[in-house]
Design a protein around this ligand. Structure first.
Ligand code: MN
Length: 333
């Protein structure tokens, strides 16, 4: 283990998520926030629900475009019907992942098909060499599961302790769901090249980074672990507990998020918005068929600062407020 000659920067930090509400559906947005924009290539982390839905509060997100990112949908409770401009039509059920690669452009719609809903809606920034590539959609009906110190683990993306997820990624990435119904404790060996985020979905979880306690985390909080950490001990609060562990090497490119787009400059954003709003046929983003309702139009592009790589490997710049409102909750799905 390397010995730091200098006082080391904080190895971990607990960050509060933004809280939102869309038609009674609580959304906790752990990324982006003012303090942190990314964890590896993970650039947008929403936890929606759990919520009971009525016909009036059903989730109906009309056709909207994406570019420069992958949407990663991990279903916990309920069902969502996904349609996209490639002609995909896929129901997403608990334990399954939908991975939609926007590349240069795609559009999609989403509708709940259940009276109960809970999901993690995550975005992965695509690296420069892939972000102008072709769009794609993949559905993963099952993922590797294995026990880990009293937790049930599901490997969403990446590799961990000899297990490998079928979900591909364009940069090194980890996504793991950890769930316990009773007391559980696990010590995970970390990749020191990765930074990590622990996103608590249910219950309470205490953690220790390199044996240093971080205290308790609960839903609406993201425990950030900086690169260089060797181990992470997770201890459930005793009752039902569920969390996502997300990680990757600090993303090497400055990333700008606005509305449903991931890009690099404001000029790109203006061009994406003009293409989507100005073309009846959706232009490069194409058309979603079968959705009964209007498509969502891009708002006026605000002044956006071209991001730079912040010191400390924070990854992305841009305006947190614009990214926050951008997701405009309803469309950020
Ligand atoms: Mn979307």
């Amino acid at each position: 283990m390397p010995i730091d000659a200098n006082p080391s920067p904080a190895r971990w930090e607990r960050l509060d998520a933004h809280l939102g509400d869309v038609g009674g559906l609580t959304i906790r947005r752990a990324l982006p926030t003012t303090r942190r924009r990314m964890v590896g290539a993970w650039c947008f982390l929403d936890h929606a629900g759990p919520a009971d839905l009525t016909p009036a509060t059903a989730m109906r997100v009309g056709p909207h475009p994406h570019t420069g990112l992958q949407t990663f949908s991990w279903m916990i409770e309920g069902e969502i019907l996904h349609r996209d401009s490639l002609g995909s039509e896929q129901v997403l059920r608990p334990g399954q992942v939908n991975l939609m690669t926007a590349g240069r452009g795609i559009s999609h719609s989403e509708e709940s098909q259940s009276d109960r809903l809970q999901l993690a809606q995550l975005w992965i920034a695509l690296p420069d060499h892939r972000r102008q590539g072709p769009p794609a959609f993949e559905h993963f009906p099952s993922l590797p599961t294995f026990p880990m110190g009293g937790f049930g683990a599901t490997l969403l993306v990446g590799a961990f302790e000899g297990h490998r997820s079928p979900v591909p990624s364009h940069t090194p990435l980890l996504g793991m769901d950890l769930m316990a119904d009773a007391a559980a404790e696990a010590t995970l060996l970390l990749d020191p090249a990765f930074e990590y985020g622990v996103m608590v979905l249910e219950g309470r979880l205490s953690a220790a980074v390199n044996d240093e306690s971080t205290g308790l985390s609960e839903p609406g909080q993201l425990l950030y672990v900086a690169p260089g950490a060797q181990s992470l001990r997770l201890i459930s609060g005793g009752g039902k507990c569920r969390a996502l562990l997300l990680g990757g090497p600090p993303f090497p490119e400055p990333v700008l998020l606005w509305w449903n787009f991931v890009g690099r400059t404001r000029e790109e954003m203006a061009a994406y918005a003009a293409e989507w709003n100005g073309r009846e046929d959706g232009g490069v983003f194409g058309q979603v068929r079968g959705y009964d309702g209007p498509r969502l139009m891009a708002p006026v592009v605000p002044p956006l600062k071209t991001p730079t790589l912040a010191s400390g490997g924070t990854g992305a710049g841009g305006s947190a407020s614009s990214a926050g409102s951008a997701g405009s909750a309803g469309s950020a799905t």
